[in-house]
Write a protein of this length. Structure first.
Lengths: 165, 192
């Protein structure tokens, strides 16, 4: 029956429309992500004495530069040279810098970690443009540094939190 | 969906064309409502636990280290706001809370802030914005507390509003719109 088909079609179209409203109407936020999905942490071995940490910040979210910290074990991170972020004015803190999209940070180690498993820990803090902020979020991952060879290794993602870790 | 008109219409019987339009209109309204519902849900207006006794049972230190039981505000319209100094959207909505507390405090309105940061940060900020309601110190443990109270994402600001009987009437993740908040508070303060 034409009428029924039309009604079904209309329902689907309207559903899509409704979903679009849900996603885009001003004042109504799209679904908020849990922090470990909004701020995905990964890292790789660049060479036995250097790790490259990376954050992939989801669209509509940002991280604070001065709230980003890295540590490693059993070999320490020597120094962290964070890239410049985007300037953002904050009434309370003054000018602050934020990161959006992908941000990579080189972590030079105090000594080569050849043949070791290095635990890399990141603490980050960020917000969503929708108007919420997440508390400082510690994440960690383990990198196996090869005993020899200087080629960059693959990126390893931080394990998701939860009971199935 | 059935081919019967979903909504009773004025002036039956309808021409097939009119019926079709009605069907489309009903589908659009239904889906928009669904979308709106989803959006509201995703915004964080989660179905609140009706009973606010878990909140009223809290005892937390204020900026001077004195233990403050929330039960002291039983019988008032209570707005419990989880916030932090590192949360810009939290700080942005607090001046409105201060104004509402000053205006409606005598009518039985009580704001209580639960800070997810250390006491020195709270004290400094409270002085700067002339906070006129208690700032209790929850530390990072307050995040877990807010999770237990329905803040699944552990994000801020998170606000719980209790009526005079101690029932949770609203929970909100993200800032409260000033007009929306005022309307709700007016309604709650008007009822005994």
């Amino acid at each position: 029956m034409v009428e029924r088909a039309l009604a079904t079609l209309a329902a689907f179209a309207a559903l899509a429309f409704g979903t679009a409203i849900a996603a885009g109407l001003p004042g109504l936020a799209p679904k908020l992500l849990p922090p470990e999905q909004a701020f995905r942490f990964s890292a790789r071995v660049l060479d036995p004495a250097t790790i490259e940490a990376r954050f992939d910040v989801a669209d509509g979210y940002y991280l604070y530069r001065d709230k980003l910290h890295f540590t490693a074990e059993p070999v320490q991170v020597r120094s962290v040279d964070l890239p410049r972020g985007q300037r953002k004015h904050d009434e309370f803190f003054g000018d602050v810098e934020t990161y959006r999209g992908a941000v990579t940070v080189r972590l030079p180690l105090a000594s080569p970690a050849s043949g070791k498993n290095v635990v890399v820990r990141a603490e980050s803090q960020g917000c969503a443009d929708a108007g919420v902020c997440y508390p400082p979020n510690p994440q960690e991952l383990t990198l196996a540094v090869p005993a020899n060879g200087a080629k960059p290794g693959p990126f390893v993602e931080a394990a998701p939190k939860g009971p199935f870790r | 969906m059935s081919s019967e008109p979903v909504a009773p219409a004025i002036g039956a019987p309808h021409s097939p064309k009119r019926r079709r339009l009605l069907l489309i209109a009903a589908a659009v309204v239904g889906a928009a409502a669904l979308g709106g519902g989803i959006a509201l849900y995703q915004r964080g207006e989660t179905a609140p636990p009706r009973d606010g006794s878990a909140i009223l049972a809290l005892v937390l230190p204020d900026v001077d280290g004195r233990q403050q039981p929330l039960s002291q505000w039983r019988g008032k319209v209570l707005v419990v706001n989880f916030w932090a100094t590192w949360c810009a959207p939290c700080r942005e909505e607090m001046p409105h809370f201060i104004a509402a507390q000053a205006r409606d405090g005598p009518k039985g309105l009580q704001f209580v802030g639960i800070a997810v940061v250390q006491v020195d940060k709270v004290r400094e900020f409270a002085q700067e914005i002339r906070l006129n309601y208690p700032a209790l110190i929850g530390g990072l443990g307050a995040i877990e507390l807010s999770k237990a109270l329905g803040n699944d994402l552990a994000a801020l600001p998170f606000t719980i509003i209790l009526d005079r009987s101690g029932s949770v009437v609203h929970t909100q993740l993200g800032p409260l719109k000033p007009a929306q908040l005022d309307a709700l508070l007016d309604r709650l303060l008007a009822s005994p």
